[in-house]
Design a protein around this ligand. Sequence first.
Ligand SMILES: [Zn+2]
Length: 290
Amino acid sequence: MEVVHPAGHFGKDGFFYKSSSRSHRGMQLKTILNYVERHKSFVYGTPRWFDPKTQTTIDVPIEPRANSKPICSKCSRPGSCYDHLQQRRFEFVPLWGIAVYFVYTMRRVDCETCGVKVERIPWGDGKNSLTTTYRWFLANWAKQLSWKGVADSFGTTWQNVFRSVKHAVSWGLEHRDLEGIESIGVDEVQWQLGHKYLTLVYQIDAGRKRLLWIGQNRTAKTFLRFFRMLGKERISRLKFICSDMWKAYLKVIAKKAPQAIHVLDRFHIMQKMPLVEENGGNRQSPRRRG
Ligand SMILES: [Zn+2]
C-alpha cells in the first residue's frame, strides 16, 4: 500500500521520497548505500556535494542510530557516550568516477572495563582513512592491474593501493593456511622518491599464485622476517625459490633454505604475477645494480 502524503510518498523500500526531484536523488543514493553496505547501529544521512562548485566528491554523512550505544574499540562492549571527537572522513568506493566519503563524528566510549576509549566503527578502523570495503576493492583490482594502474584508475594514491594490498595480505596470513607452499619468489619494489623499498614474497606454485607477504625495505633483516613468519617446518618444505641477484636476498636464501633450488630469474616472477608492482617511482633495473 502506498501512503499518500502531500510532501511525497513512501516507496516499497520503506523510504520516504520527497516530491522535489532534488531530494529524490539523495534518497536513491541512500537506498543504494543501504543495499551495498548497511550498518546495524548507524544510518546514512542525505548525501551532498563536498564542494557544490566543483562537484567531484560526494559526502555521505553517517549518524548513530537513535538510542544506539557506542561500542568500545578495545573490548567490543557497549558503553555510554563520553564525548565527541573531530569529524572524520572515510573514503568509500567511488561512484561513476565521483569520489565518495563517509563523514562521521567519532564518539568516545566511557567503558566500564577499559575507561575512555574511541568507539568501534563497522566501516573502517580508527587509524585508516579508507573504508574497509574500499581497501578490499583496491586490493582486488591490484590483482589485475599494477598498483599505479589501480591508483590512476580510481583517482587514489599509490600509497593507498599499497596499504590496501598490505591489509589484504595480512588478513590472508591470519585467515588462510600456509601449508603446501613449495615455490616462492621474492621481488623488490622501489617506491616514492629516494631509496625506499618494499620486499614482496609470492607463492608461485602451479596451482596457487598469490602475494604472501610484504615487508619494508629490502635488507637481509627484512627477508629474515618473512622466514620467521613462515616457520621452520614450512621452510624445510620449500623446493624452489626465485629471486634476482640482490645480495641480501641471496644471503638469506642460502642461510635459511639451503635445500631449495634457487632460481635466479626475476623476470619469470614478474611475468607470472600481474600483481607485481610498478609504482609512483621507478622500478630499478636489476642490471643497474651490477
Ligand atoms: Zn572496553
